[in-house]
Design a protein around this ligand. Sequence first.
Ligand code: 6GU
Length: 225
Amino acid sequence: MRIDIITVVPEMLDGFLNTSILARAQKKGLAEIHVHNLRDYTTDKHRRVDDYPYGGFAGMVMQCQPIDDCIAALKAERNYDEIIFTTPDGEQFDQPMANELSLKGNLIILCGHYKGIDYRIREHLITKEVSIGDFVLTGGELAAACMSDAIVRLLPGAIGDEQSALSDSFQDHLLAAPVYTRPADYKGWRVPDVLLSGHDAKIHEWEMAQSLERTKRLRPDLLER
Ligand code: 6GU
């Protein structure tokens, strides 16, 4: 799959793309992530991408032209399944949305900034508006990074043990059971006996019970879905 991220601060995505699961997936040829600097598409000699809002409101608004031209340049090369805009008033990103997006071929993620973008872009070019939670980020870059990570790690072969993406918290609307590694006794803090028993059926039963108990206690809203 291919993800094109459009941003005014490409540096914000550098380290992340070159170190995380995304770096590995790209090396393996499972995903291509391309970052585009919106300023490269401005026709303004000062490379401005924003202007004052009509109506005298506070803050700056990202202009239509650079965004339109950048998206047009990408669309001229290939078809896109979704053109996503990151914004706190978007649809809440969650595991089902990550699953759905991981099945797509080409995605654009436009990172919002400042007070917002000219609404005409949202009306005419954006196909999906997404928020990563009820809090306000300065820009959409961290949201784009979160979404890309959650999507790409689902691609077959992206993480070592394919089983583990399926047993993630949320994947079946349940929180994951606790996990432990050696030693079995650390300063008297003991690993649950059942996990040392070698009894697969009992271990599985324990895992399900833990998963249910933790979900009921910590995230009862997930069980209601
Ligand atoms: Cl997608 N963008 C911004 N700027 N803030 C957010 C967000 C997105 N999701 C939660 N807060």
